[in-house]
Structures are given as C-alpha cells and as structure tokens.
Design a protein around this ligand. Structure first.
Ligand code: NAP
Length: 252
C-alpha cells in the first residue's frame, strides 16, 4: 500500500494532550498534516504542539473544554483564523467514571455524557462549516468496545459511547453527499491514563487481559495507525461504520 500522505491537510484533534489523541495527532503530523490540538491542560498541549513543530508541521494548541459551547466556538474561530480550512477532525476527548449506578451523582452522569457525547456534537457542529467545499473530509470518533458490549459499573460511559456510535452513523449519512466520511474506532483496553484505576490494580489488570483473545492490551501506535488510515484518501469508501480494534474482545 502506498504510504499515507496528508500534505496540505489540516487536522483538528480533541483530547490531544495525552493518550490516544496525542498518538493520533503525532501520526497525522508524521504523514504531513498540520494539526490543531484541543484539550484543557495547556502545558501538556504545548508539549505536544512542540513535538509536532519538531516534525516540520504547523501546530496550534487550544485550551478548550469540549463540553463548553462558548469555548468550542472560540476554538473554531481561532482554527479558522490560523488555517482557513479543516480536512480532518478526530474526536478523542473523553472520560470514564466507573461505579455502580446508585453511587453516581447527577453531576457525574452529566459530566460523562457532556464530555463524551455532547462534546463531539459541539466540535462537529463548529468545524463542519470549515470542512465544506474542500472536497475532502474525514471525521473520526473514538467510540469504544463499550459501544458494542458492556461491563458492570459502566452505565454512563457505555451510554455515552453507544450514543456516539448512533451519532456517527447518522452524521455519516448527513454528510455523505458532501464527500465527508464519518467513522468510529472502538478500541479495547490500551494503557493510557484513562485506565490508571485498572493498571494500578494487578487483579483487575489480569482480569481484563484474560478477556482478550490475543492475550495483551493494545498499543497507542496500533490505534493511531488505524486512525491514520481512516483519515487518508485510501479510506474514501468507508463511512458510517465503526471498527473494533480490541485483540478479539468483541468476537466472543
Ligand atoms: P486519556 O489518556 O485519559 O486522555 C483523554 C483526553 O481527553 C485527554 O487529552 C484529556 O485532556 C481530554 N479531555 C477530557 N475531558 C475533556 C474535556 N472536557 N474537554 C477537552 N478535552 C478533554 O484517555 P485515552 O485513553 O487517550 O482516551 C481517548 C479516547 O479513546 C476517549 O474518548 C476514550 O473514551 C476512548 N477509548 C479509550 C480506550 C482505552 O483503553 N484507552 C478504550 C476505548 C475507548 P485534558 O485533561 O487536558 O482536558
């Protein structure tokens, strides 16, 4: 397969301050894209922006809570002023709160839904106008194996990620006439900060690993490689779908 080339493409990655968002942002930059980075932690964002500039690409670090309409609108304005257009949007910002339903406060429930689902709505609504008329658009949402199966203690997270899968399909149909594709990537467990509670508990970590037919957790670069493909020209006939990358978890 030809190497992925994203020269002259502008990408926006949310949740880019660490974890999968950072790995995907770096992979897009390695392929030649300029990348705007959104998250709340300015220091970490600036560090990732510096890594991208070291690769010879432009980068813009934008402090933005994706669940805030005002902050997303302001970030979109800065992206427009800096790059003029957007070709690729990767929604990786997300949180996970694991606890029984009776221990959830309403505020916690809203926080998960507003970050993982409303945040994607706000970012897409703000950036799609910048994607139109390029003749090229790729939107990629980080869904989860919890969009397909479930575990106890994941009511809010699974609800948000299952909702995100429905959002992905509906938006794909809406944007297909404009040549913009919309897909999901559903990872199984990857050792990022989100999974610290599991990584810090050897029993839980073993239990999770035992559910993975391939016998190990995923790697950030494996998720980034799939994301890069889905953001490329080569993936132009894939839309409205979701790819599980989970070592076989959901095949059982
Ligand atoms: P992570 O290491 O915890 O990173 C989450 C990112 O989201 C951070 O950059 C964080 O940055 C950002 N974020 C959180 N709340 C935000 C908000 N309100 N506004 C803006 N940015 C926000 O998690 P990850 O593992 O990279 O997860 C990335 C995505 O993949 C998530 O959507 C997650 O649900 C999904 N996923 C992960 C796994 C996994 O095993 N790792 C599996 C399935 C799906 P700040 O704190 O700086 O804002």
């Amino acid at each position: 397969m030809n190497e992925v080339r994203l020269q002259n493409r502008v990408a926006v990655v949310t949740g880019a301050s660490r974890g999968l968002g950072r790995a995907i942002a770096l992979a897009l930059a390695d392929a030649g894209a300029d990348v705007a980075l959104l998250a709340r932690d300015r220091q970490r964002l600036e560090a990732v922006a510096a890594e991208i500039r070291q690769r010879g690409r432009k980068s813009l670090a934008l402090c933005c809570d994706v669940s805030s309409e005002a902050q997303v609108t302001s970030a979109a304005g800065q992206i427009r002023a800096t790059f003029g257009a957007v070709h690729i949007v990767v929604n990786s910002a997300g949180i996970n709160l694991r606890k029984p339903i009776t221990e959830f406060t309403l505020e916690e429930w809203h926080r998960v839904l507003e970050t993982n689902l409303t945040g994607v709505f706000l970012v897409c609504r703000a950036l799609i106008p910048l994607m139109r008329a390029q003749g090229y658009g790729r939107i990629l949402n980080l869904t989860s194996i919890m969009s397909h199966v479930a575990l106890p203690g994941r009511t809010a997270y699974a609800a948000s990620k299952t909702g995100l899968l429905g959002f992905t399909r509906a938006l794909a149909l809406e944007l297909a006439p404009e040549g913009i594709t919309v897909n999901g990537i559903s990872p199984g467990p990857v050792a990022t900060e989100m999974n610290r509670p599991l990584l810090e508990n050897p029993d839980l970590q073993r239990e999770f690993t035992s559910k993975i037919p391939l016998g190990r957790w995923g790697k950030e670069e494996e998720i980034a490689a799939l994301a890069l493909y889905l953001c490329s020209e080569a993936a132009g006939w894939i839309t409205g779908t979701d790819i599980c990358i989970d070592g076989g978890w959901t095949a059982q």
